[in-house]
Design a protein around this ligand. Structure first.
Ligand code: SME
Length: 157
């Protein structure tokens, strides 16, 4: 049973971040909240857009690769296409970048603040096909809430 209560998570996120003005602190807590709320995951974190590449930001899990070029791997594809990538089997994804050999499936959601790409959220699982369409919709809504809260502030990380 993987299903998280995304509505509850959304209200927890609003309560947790509502008054925080520091984007780095807010992003760190966003990552920690999700990591501890979702079952059967082994890595969750942010890659921040810096010029033409994604650079590792706040995360939970094992150490990870630091820089990913736009278009490379699952994260780079999500960033380049501005579309969520839900991958049931990472070994079947051309160019997948292996950070933790335990990862079997993943979902990557582009984060847009004021309609500009600022980062991607990457979530990895040791189970094949861990993320359902319901998970995708729930996580996308949480990301929209997070990005909406960031819009009230100047700048991202
Ligand atoms: N798997 C990702 C790389 C990042 S790690 O999983 C943390 C990818 O192919 O984009």
């Amino acid at each position: 049973m993987n299903d998280a209560d995304y509505r509850l998570l959304d209200s927890q996120l609003r309560a947790l971040l509502g008054d925080e003005t520091d984007a780095l602190a807010a992003t760190s807590n966003f990552v920690a909240l999700l990591y501890n709320a979702l079952a059967d995951i082994n890595w969750l974190g942010i890659y921040v857009l810096r010029g033409e590449e994604l650079v590792l930001g706040p995360f939970q899990g094992k150490t990870a690769c630091v820089r990913i070029k736009l278009g490379d791997g699952v994260c780079g594809t999500a960033a380049a296409t501005l579309t969520t990538q839900r991958v049931d089997d990472v070994h079947a994804f051309p160019g997948h970048i292996v950070c933790d050999a335990d990862s079997r499936s993943e979902i990557v959601i582009p984060l847009l603040v004021n309609r500009e790409l600022v980062a991607v959220l990457d979530i990895d699982s040791p189970s094949l096909a861990r993320f359902s369409e319901t998970d995708q919709r729930g996580i996308e809504v949480i990301c929209e809430t997070f990005c909406g809260l960031q819009e009230a502030r100047s700048g991202f990380i």
